[in-house]
Design a protein around this ligand. Structure first.
Ligand code: OXD
Length: 313
């Protein structure tokens, strides 16, 4: 049914029914439709989407802006149907930074409290105390200081950990020793007892955590990997876990998802596998951000948090 109001098409796979009523309530001035294309696709001015069907954007001649309903936008940028003049907007935090901190903390605490080493002693029924570590002795390296990474790094620093951060451009994060540029990476890796990867997936970061770079970590370091699987060489990681060079890995993202049943990562005693759940998009704050952006566009203004296509995030 055509209402004359601009249309917002919502498509987010199985989650679509959770988003539709929230968008309809937040934006009564729009006609909210989805996940199927309406009879008059030319009336669709906005799309809010996660993993939208291939070719969708090419069928929407009146498209004014696209809103990603997740943190990473690499899959949007890899498409060939998103016209370059249509702004693509990402979410800014939307409740994800706090969840990410909760995901990262067990990996940090496990290194500090030697959880995986004690698990190994337990398997051997061996009652033996290992030297204790204080927070101030634990060096955490956070790769990626966007909204989520910066918040995680700052919170860890506030808790008393020694935090270094690595970002593309220099920026300030309270309590964090920030380094930028490719030349700064080897030294940061060499002093990361726990390496936390929160980088966006871009041509520069794909394959970044290869065997050569992982080998730079101090012996027994932990890896927390919660951005994109295509940045990590998991074969190299397994070899380094087996040799003890890497002490443990918390992996939430994988090059192939779901992680294939025959992947040795599933059963490795020092790997924790979770199914891409480190930080879930929360409907209420995300809808609020998208609604604010759509209203700005309807008033003739500029949207916030647009993705730099050349930059890749
Ligand atoms: C993502 C997300 O970008 O889950 O992977 O939001």
């Amino acid at each position: 049914m055509t209402t004359g109001r601009p249309m917002l098409l919502v498509t987010a796979g199985e989650a679509t029914p959770r988003w539709l009523p929230a968008f309809a309530q937040a934006l009564p001035e729009l006609h909210v439709v989805g996940p199927e294309l309406p009879a008059d696709p030319a009336g669709v001015a906005f799309v809010a989407a996660w993993r939208p069907p291939p070719g969708l954007f090419a069928r929407l001649p009146g498209l004014r802006a696209v809103f990603a309903l997740g943190a990473g936008v690499d899959a949007f940028l890899a498409r060939d149907d998103l016209p370059p003049e249509v702004p693509l907007c990402k979410l800014a935090d939307a409740g994800m930074a706090e969840q990410m901190l909760e995901f990262v903390l067990p990996g940090v605490l496990a290194w500090q409290r030697r959880t995986l080493e004690y698990a190994e002693l337990q398997r051997r029924c061996e009652w033996r105390a290992l030297p204790a570590r204080s927070r101030g002795e634990v060096r955490v390296g956070v790769l990626g200081l966007g909204r989520i990474g910066a918040r995680v790094a700052a919170e860890l620093a506030r808790m008393g950990y020694r935090v270094s951060g690595w970002s593309r451009g220099a920026r300030e994060v309270p309590g964090v020793d920030v380094r930028s540029g490719a030349d700064a990476l080897p030294a940061l890796l060499a002093c990361s007892d726990v390496l936390v990867n929160l980088l966006p997936s871009t041509p520069e970061t794909r394959g970044l955590l290869d065997g050569g770079r992982l080998r730079l970590l101090p012996r027994g370091a932990h890896l927390v990997q919660a951005s994109r699987g295509d940045q990590l060489d998991s074969g190299a990681l397994l070899a380094l876990l087996d040799s003890g060079q890497v002490g443990g890995a918390w992996l939430d993202v994988f090059a192939t998802e779901p992680l294939p049943a025959d992947s040795p990562l599933w059963s490795h005693p020092r790997v924790v596998v979770t199914p891409h759940v480190a930080a879930i998009t929360l409907v209420a704050p995300a809808v609020e951000q998208v609604a604010r952006n759509i209203r700005a566009l309807l008033r003739g203004g500029e949207p916030e948090h647009t993705v730099g296509r050349a930059r890749g995030y």
